[in-house]
Design a protein around this ligand. Structure first.
Ligand code: PRP
Ligand code: MN
Ligand code: MG
Length: 181
C-alpha cells in the first residue's frame, strides 16, 4: 500500500546529514556546558526526534523535560501569542536551560518561549534547533546552535508534520504537490 516516502518531492536532508550535524552540535554543547548542569527542554511535538538523537549524541549527564505550547487559533500564529498546554515539570531557577527545537520558521513561537523561560530566573537559556528558515523570520531570535539554514519551503519529516503526518520520516524533505490535492 501507500508508502510514506512516496509523498516526498525532494529529500532536503538525509539521515546521515541529520545525524552528522546533531553529533557536531552535541560536541559543541559538551564543550560549552562543561562542568555545568544542563536541562534540555523539548518543544512538543516537533522536537521529539531532535531531542531523542541529540541527547543520545551526548555522553554527559543531562536532564530532559518538555513543554507543549499552542498559538491562539491557527490564523493568529503570526501574532506570537502563545498558550502553555503543558508546562515544565522542572523548576528552572538557577538552572542552565537549552531549548531544543526542530525548526525556527517565523521565530515567534521561540521568542515568546525564551522570554517566558527567562522570567523564571534560570542561570541561562539558550536555543538549539536543527533547522532554521532565515527568509521566514519575523523576529530575531538569538540561537546558539543551528543545524541547517534551509530555504523558505514547506518541509516535513524527522518530527515535522503536515496535518500531523510525516513526523516519522527519517529524512527531511518537501512534499509532492499531489499530497495537497
Ligand atoms: C512548529 C515547529 C516549531 C514552530 C516554528 O510547531 O515545530 O515549534 O512551528 O514556527 P515559528 O517559528 O513560525 O513560530 P507547531 O506549532 O507546528 O507544532 P508541532 O511541533 O506540534 O508540530
Ligand atoms: Mn513545534
Ligand atoms: Mg506542526
Amino acid at each position: 500500500p501507500e508508502h510514506v516516502d512516496g509523498d516526498l518531492e525532494q529529500i532536503l536532508l538525509t539521515e546521515e546529514q541529520i545525524q552528522d550535524k546533531l553529533a557536531e552540535l552535541a560536541a559543541a554543547i559538551e564543550r560549552d556546558y562543561d562542568g555545568k548542569d544542563l536541562l534540555l527542554v523539548g518543544v512538543l511535538k516537533g522536537a521529539i526526534m531532535v531531542m531523542a538523537d541529540l541527547s543520545r549524541h551526548l555522553s554527559r549527564h543531562v536532564e530532559q523535560d518538555w513543554m507543549a505550547i499552542s498559538s491562539y487559533g491557527s490564523g493568529t500564529r503570526s501574532s506570537g501569542v502563545v498558550r502553555i498546554v503543558k508546562d515544565l515539570d522542572t523548576d528552572i531557577t538557577d538552572r542552565h536551560v537549552l531549548v531544543v527545537e526542530d525548526i525556527i520558521d517565523t521565530g515567534l513561537t521561540l521568542s515568546w518561549l525564551v522570554s517566558n523561560l527567562r522570567s523564571r530566573g534560570p542561570a541561562s537559556v539558550e536555543v538549539c534547533t536543527l533547522l532554521r528558515k532565515p527568509e521566514a523570520a519575523k523576529t530575531a531570535v538569538d540561537v546558539r546552535y543551528v543545524g541547517y539554514d534551509i530555504p523558505n519551503a514547506f518541509v516535513v519529516g524527522y518530527g515535522l508534520d503536515y496535518a500531523e503526518r510525516y513526523r516519522n520520516l527519517r529524512v527531511v524533505g518537501t512534499l509532492a504537490p499531489h499530497v495537497y490535492s
